[in-house]
Design a protein around this ligand. Structure first.
Ligand code: 3PY
Ligand code: MG
Length: 253
């Protein structure tokens, strides 16, 4: 089975770069996939993408060097199974509040006896290889999002969930959970301390710590602070920011 790039990088103690797709365009997915990110995530939770749109985006990504991943819209067995079958090599699940949530999520990602995923990897087998059934459980990545007060309260138990590969921080929701409003002010209390706590809890359990970064500066800081995966390129945000810069440059010339 094709190796999982993010697992390889974690084993090599190297920070992985992650791109993020909100735009429903297979061409922009290809552009993202060829940009050099180690992995690119198709996001079904926020933005305009639904399951039907995710499949061609995963196909586009699988023609590039970037490993295709998806964020499911919810901890939903059916949707997680569909995304994995469509060739996602890893799933990020939002709003993991309890170790039970984490265990349910892991179960949807793993074939028996480790989990309850049902067999039918229609595209997964094309991307992963003919021995998919044999190695999928050890290859597919399952990352649970820590972004709520309950998730913080259950942090250690969530990180210790068997089969969970790591946690991924949603700093905007986490800001609300900590009583401050987004955009995430990661250099200020209480967010700074929470990010450190989550990273340390993941590492204490031998798991990955990833984080969604709204700016390149944040991503650089998070890499320096020992995060294993930094999301530092969302297609819609980059398009808008560059378009705005271009307009401003000419208007103010
Ligand atoms: C958050 O910041 O809460 C996220 O989920 C990022 O998409
Ligand atoms: Mg969130």
């Amino acid at each position: 089975m094709r190796p999982n790039r993010i697992r390889e990088l974690f084993a090599a103690k190297t920070c992985a770069t992650m791109g993020w797709i909100a735009l429903n365009s297979t061409y922009s997915a290809e552009l993202m996939g060829h940009a050099g990110f180690d992995t690119v995530v198709v996001d079904l939770q926020h933005g305009p993408l639904y399951l039907d749109a995710a499949v061609p985006l995963l196909q586009a990504l699988s023609s590039t060097p970037a490993m295709p991943m998806a964020r499911c819209s919810d901890n939903n067995f059916f949707e997680i199974n569909k995304l994995l079958d469509a060739g996602a090599y890893g799933i990020i699940c939002p709003l993991i509040d309890t170790p039970e949530d984490a265990a349910r999520f892991v179960s949807a990602c793993r074939y028996p006896p480790q989990g309850t995923r049902s067999f039918g990897p229609t595209r997964g087998i094309l991307y992963g290889g003919a021995d998919y059934a044999e190695h999928a459980n050890d290859t597919i990545l399952a990352l649970g999002m820590i972004e709520t007060a309950q998730g913080m309260a259950n942090l250690k138990a969530i990180c210790e969930t068997p089969g969970l590969d790591g946690v991924f921080i949603g700093p905007a929701d986490l800001s609300f959970a900590l009583g401050v409003k987004p955009p995430p002010r990661w250099t200020e209390s209480p967010l700074t301390e929470a990010l450190d706590r989550i990273r340390d809890a993941a590492h204490a359990a031998g798991k990955m710590a990833g984080i969604f970064c709204g700016s390149t500066q944040m991503a650089i800081d998070m890499k320096k602070r020992g995060f294993d995966i930094v999301m530092n390129g969302m297609d819609a945000l980059m398009l808008r920011a560059t378009a705005e810069q271009n307009v401003k440059a000419v208007r103010t010339a």
